[in-house]
Ligand binder design. Structure first.
Ligand SMILES: [Fe+2]
Ligand SMILES: [Fe+2]
Length: 285
């Protein structure tokens, strides 16, 4: 993998440490969960699901299963090796405490959904492994130029995913699947909080300098894998019939973060807020 430190301003390492420490404190050992020990897999039953609900499970399994691709973005853009100077390394090493824990949690999401599909009889283990690999080995890239963009994109994506899982869990017919979706949405909410903290700190430290890069993320926003999954748009519309799926619901949360970060708003910040508000109505899945 080619590693090149991303451009744009970075946060002081003390800020990163504060955000990472706050995130790690949100998962005390007694609240952590595990695929092998926390569910009664014998209760999984796809006969309780509608076709649309099964389809939604298949869809989110693919999205969660792409974790190696998401994780690689941070390894690539925030290298933890001798390709960067010592100060940058120190920053990246601090961030790594987050990414490694986050990646572990996301990998658990992928395993939980895969296990559910097999236990519920949606798919056979071998056939599912092969079909996940077909999507999983495709490259996912976010060709951003500024560090802050690697926190803005997941701020929206994590919140959108959390909201979607909450909508979905309200309709699904299998209690075990509901339980899984509760676990997942709680984790996505914690992930969102970390990225929201980071974006807030970027705005507070760097002000107008990060407004343009944040705006660009929203201007081009597409959910992960929208460009690589075969038949993505048709599928996204289909699952929206089962439970509301609209990533722009997450934009309200970005607006809140911006509002809270900056007391006296510059023209650039005001313009950013109106822009995101306008996209909230215009963009669809
Ligand atoms: Fe997840
Ligand atoms: Fe997440």
């Amino acid at each position: 993998m080619h590693r090149t430190q991303v451009g744009g301003a970075l946060l002081p390492v003390g800020d990163v440490n504060a955000a990472v420490s706050a995130f790690l404190r949100t998962s005390p050992p007694r609240l952590r969960w595990d695929v092998d020990f926390d569910f009664d897999w014998s209760g999984a039953d796809a006969n309780r699901l509608t076709d649309g609900e099964r389809s939604a499970v298949e869809f989110i399994t693919i999205i969660e299963d792409h974790l190696p691709g998401y994780f690689a973005l941070y390894e690539k853009n925030f290298p933890v090796d001798d390709s960067v100077d010592l100060e940058t390394f120190t920053h990246n090493r601090e961030l790594y405490h987050f990414t490694i824990r986050w990646a572990q949690e996301e990998d658990t999401h992928a395993r939980a959904l895969e296990r559910y599909q097999v236990a519920a009889g949606i798919a056979g283990a071998d056939e599912l492994r092969v079909s996940l690999a077909q999507e999983g080995h495709k490259t996912f890239d976010l060709p951003y130029t500024d560090a802050v963009q690697f926190f803005t994109y997941p701020l929206v994506q994590e919140k959108a995913t959390q909201i979607y899982y909450q909508h979905l869990r309200q309709v699904v017919g299998d209690p075990l699947l509901r339980e899984i979706l509760v676990r997942l949405s709680k984790d996505e909410a914690r992930h969102f909080s970390f990225f929201a903290d980071m974006v807030r700190l970027y705005l507070q430290r760097h002000g107008d300098a990060v407004v343009g890069p944040i705006r660009e993320v929203i201007a081009d926003f597409r959910m992960p894998l929208a460009d690589t999954i075969r038949g993505y748009w048709r599928w996204a519309l289909k699952i929206a019939d089962t439970a509301r799926y609209d990533h722009t619901e997450a934009y309200d949360h970005l607006i809140k973060v911006v509002n809270r970060a900056v007391d006296a708003k510059s023209d650039k910040v005001d313009e950013l807020i109106s822009f995101v508000t306008a996209c909230r109505v215009l963009q669809t899945t």
